[in-house]
Ligand binder design. Structure first.
Ligand SMILES: NC(=O)c1ccno1
Length: 249
């Protein structure tokens, strides 16, 4: 998979040289390219923004600069047809909420391009232009809060997607029972040595060695945690599951 990040702060993405994502890049599992939007400016001040039409505070990022950058990154300058499925992602507080289901879909894409806006955002014609040109455009939000730009959201997307790529996470089984997985639950609580700490004991069942009972206990705790913390998720569960918990031994 190829991921391109276009930003006026390339250094923000240095964290993607670290840990699992950094190793995936070095192992050739992920082709991650970070681009400085100012490389596509044409004036000596390398200007990327201007005042908003209609007035208002702040500045808006220019469509002509973004257009030159995205045409290059999307491989649309040479006239050839780019290979594979491309998705242009635009982080914005006005976007659709990013979910694990969306991340799982993005992990199957051939090329992701993240356009990191700053100031008041990117001229609306940019997303329109590429959508009309047949590019899959997704304006997405991490949550109901506002960041100073799209770079942090880009870090989140790259990490969330990269960890799903084959070979990136050491034990793929660790992806199975995570929060927001196929079961639609939050993950159960986890424990390790020492068995007693600060007067608190590890739940006895986890020391029993009875795998069936441990699995049932973990499922029950996942259901309980989900019902307590994310009642909105409970509505999507199979009622038989909730009923089964009530009958758990
Ligand atoms: N909430 C968000 O994802 C966001 C992106 C840029 N600013 O805020």
């Amino acid at each position: 998979m190829r991921i391109d990040v276009v930003t006026i702060f390339p250094g923000y993405l240095d964290a993607l040289d670290l840990s699992l994502v950094g190793k995936a890049r070095r192992d050739g599992l992920l082709d991650l390219r970070v681009h400085d939007l100012r490389d596509w400016t044409t004036d000596r001040h390398r200007t990327v923004d201007d005042t908003p039409f209609g007035g208002g505070a702040g500045m808006v990022m220019r469509p002509d600069v973004w257009g030159r950058a995205l045409d290059d990154v999307l491989g649309r300058t040479g006239g050839g047809d780019p290979a594979g499925r491309q998705v242009l992602l635009v982080p914005t507080p006005s976007g659709e909420r990013l979910t694990q289901r969306t991340v799982e879909d993005l992990a199957t894409v051939d090329q992701l391009v993240l356009a990191c806006g700053r100031y008041e955002g990117i001229d609306a014609r940019v997303a329109e232009h590429y959508a009309d040109a047949g590019v899959e455009v997704r304006e997405f939000s991490l949550g109901d809060y506002v960041l100073n730009g799209g770079e942090v959201a880009a870090l989140v997307v790259v990490e969330a997607v990269a960890r799903l790529l084959p070979g990136v996470v050491g034990n793929p089984q660790s992806l199975v029972e995570e929060s927001h997985g196929a079961a639609g639950l939050l993950e159960y609580p986890v424990y390790t040595k020492p068995p007693a700490w600060a007067g608190r004991e590890v739940p006895e069942i986890l020391l029993s060695g009875h795998h069936g009972n441990i699995a049932r206990w973990r499922r029950d705790l996942a259901l309980e945690r989900t019902a307590e913390r994310r009642p909105d998720m409970v509505g999507t569960l199979d009622p038989a599951d909730l009923d089964r918990r009530d009958r758990a031994v």
